[in-house]
Design a binder for this molecule. Structure first.
Ligand code: GLU
Length: 492
């Protein structure tokens, strides 16, 4: 393949969504696969909806995902500037050229006139398009209008009776009739170019070779192709990747769950997991494997294996993938990822001492196998926090474990023994409990289950020895005391 130049060109009108992230990723993988160039620029011509904060959020999300770029915002490059609003001077000569060659014309229609046209078409059961009122205004008539203070938009003169063919690398040959398109605005009356126009000028000026973007832009492509033709530009290759659907097969939206990359980041997903997951949304490698490192994705990615059918966003699969990557994480990193969630739940102070941090790391490690994303951590480790014990009313085994005849004695004796220690490790804790059993002639469930329930209120949970070690003898004693009082309350 010759030189590859691709771009990601989001509009800064919101945070980076899953769909945008997937487009960015496919472009990036394609660029890296072929030793090409990745460009990031902003399509900020929608003055009302674009905001600098969104631009910053999008760039931050790309960086977090590990999708770097070689030219564009923040990096610079031979085609700077990379924001459309800063490129108006670059567009001007092309607008003049189209106007001079009669390939575009000034349009003075008011919003009311345009609306009347739309109504007329809809009454005839036809699709909305511009009816051509200003198409044949003479130069003199235009000057007169302008002199009278009317502001003009610029419309592209769509040639009649032409077939516009998109040879899409994913969707194959897609045909459009030019007659259905209608002359469209390329520059609004405020002088700002529209997306369909500016995107072509940018792609052509920046020598973009492949346009990989969402299927929702397929219907824009014939308009863009007509502009390429009118200006004599080389047409790049197009690859329109399928929509992302929710599990109910409707377009993925907030209803289905988190939709922005930042939300997944906040929930404690790892960028490796999200990249792996997004890569498989519409692209499939050979074979059944699903876990791929970024390097492996770069080696294997090809547009030929991008599917035409919609990609369904499967949350369970994403969670499964993330849990896979969480399990690979060193304990300290896993702990750091979970810490903000523990702090938010009020379980750990925001800036714990080094000693406490070491303890948190061990607590978090006990949940590693159960964790799908970091925000789940408080629920998974709550047994390690707090002084009091609450019996889970649903847990009949727990209630039973406290009703053995020996239960009060086991709890009381183990409490006394625990009070003899300031600290203990798993080994000592286990031995101490066993001694209690021997002393009282109790073993099995009435010993171990009773103590577990007396400590946590539940019949299931982490390994008992780990629990004892991490709670420490003093807290163990206090919780046992608390349960003893509860039991006395029940019987007394
Ligand atoms: N600004 C467009 C979007 O965010 C990009 C379209 C394109 O890639 O051509 O959807």
């Amino acid at each position: 393949m010759g030189e590859v130049r691709v771009r990601f060109a989001p509009s800064p009108t919101g945070p980076l969504h899953i769909g945008g992230a997937r487009s960015a990723l496919f472009n990036w993988l394609f660029a890296r696969r072929h030793g090409g160039t990745m460009i990031v620029r902003m399509e900020d011509t929608d003055l009302n909806r674009s905001a600098e904060e969104y631009e910053a959020m999008i760039l931050e999300a790309l960086r977090w995902l590990g999708l770097d770029w070689d030219e564009g915002i923040g990096v610079g490059g031979p085609h700077a500037p990379y924001r459309q609003r800063e490129r108006l001077d670059i567009y001007r000569p092309y607008i003049d050229r189209l106007l001079n060659e009669g390939k575009a014309y000034l349009c003075f229609c008011s919003e009311e006139e345009l609306e009347a046209g739309r109504q007329e078409l809809s009454a005839r059961g036809e699709l909305p398009r511009y009816l051509g009122k200003c198409r044949n205004l003479t130069a003199a008539a235009c000057r007169e209008k302008q002199a009278a203070g009317y502001r003009a938009a610029v419309r592209f003169r769509v040639p009649e009776g032409q077939l516009v063919v998109v040879n899409d690398l994913v969707r194959g040959r897609v045909e459009f009739e030019s007659d259905g398109i209608g002359d469209f605005i390329i520059v609004k009356s405020d002088g700002i170019p529209t997306y369909n126009f500016a995107v072509v000028l940018d792609d052509a000026e920046m020598n973009v070779t492949h346009i990989i973007r969402g299927e929702e832009h397929l219907s824009n492509t014939p308009r863009q192709l007509l502009i390429y033709r009118a200006l004599g530009f080389t047409v790049p290759q197009f690859a329109h990747i399928s929509l992302i659907l929710g599990e109910d097969r409707s377009k993925m939206s907030k209803r289905h769950g988190a939709v922005s990359v930042a939300q997944y980041r906040r929930l404690g997903y790892l960028p490796e997991a999200l990249v792996n997951f997004l890569a498989l949304l519409g692209w499939s490698p050979e074979g059944e494997r699903e876990i791929f490192s970024v390097q492996e994705l770069v080696q294997q990615f090809s547009l030929e294996r991008v599917s035409k059918s919609p990609a369904v966003f499967n949350f369970d699969k994403l969670k499964w993938m993330n849990s896979h990557y969480l399990r690979q994480l060193p304990a300290s990193e896993l702990s750091a990822l979970c810490l903000p969630h523990l702090a938010e739940a009020g379980l750990v102070e925001a800036e714990p001492s080094p000693q406490r941090l070491a303890w948190v790391e061990r607590v978090v490690a006990t949940a590693r196998e159960h964790l799908e994303y970091a925000a789940q951590i408080p629920g998974l480790v709550q047994d390690f926090f707090g002084e009091e014990v609450t019996l889970d009313p649903q847990d009949t085994d727990a209630a039973e474990a406290l009703r053995f005849e020996t239960s009060p004695a086991v709890i009381a004796r183990f409490r006394e023994k625990a009070l003899e220690f300031n600290e203990w490790d798993e080994e000592t804790a286990r031995e101490t409990l066993k001694e209690v059993g021997k002393e009282l002639g109790v073993k099995g469930k009435p010993l171990f289950m009773t103590v577990r329930v007396a400590l946590t209120g539940k019949s299931h949970g982490r390994d008992l020895n780990t629990l004892l070690a991490l709670l420490g003898p003093q807290l163990v004693a206090r919780r046992l005391q608390h349960t003893l009082l509860l039991l006395q309350g029940l019987t007394g």
